[in-house]
Design a protein. Structure first.
Length: 118
């Protein structure tokens, strides 16, 4: 049976912050000297190569399949990161961050007053 779930697949490549310094012994062992290239894609179902991804989220079932950076992180935390980083793409997939505003009027009391006046 074919898997028709929507997945977010994020792959990461480690690169030296300053490529000219890689000749120094131990340069790449210091995490401060490493930057990551992030490649994020959406897919219907998974393929064999997706097991190599750093992060694999099943957006349909709302579960973290794999997270090699923060294995204990829950789905909401991981999705929040991708919503911050890629808001347009995540909105197309149906995920947005709810921004709370204190100035937002309460709709329920207004509706209750309208019903009383009718």
């Amino acid at each position: 049976m074919k898997n028709n779930d929507l997945y977010l697949i994020a792959s990461y490549t480690a690169k030296p912050r300053n490529p000219k310094m890689t000749k120094v012994a131990g340069y790449m062992k210091d995490p401060a000297n490493i930057v990551y290239d992030e490649r994020v894609e959406f897919s219907i179902g998974t393929r064999n190569k997706d097991v190599n991804a750093g992060v694999l989220l099943n957006l349909t079932k709302r579960q973290v399949v794999k997270n090699k950076f923060q294995p204990a992180a829950d789905f909401e935390t991981v999705v929040k990161y991708y919503c911050d980083a890629y808001p347009d793409y995540m909105a197309k997939a149906g995920f947005t961050l709810e921004k709370e505003t204190a100035d937002e009027p309460d709709v329920q009391p207004v509706q209750a007053e309208e019903e009383k006046s009718d």
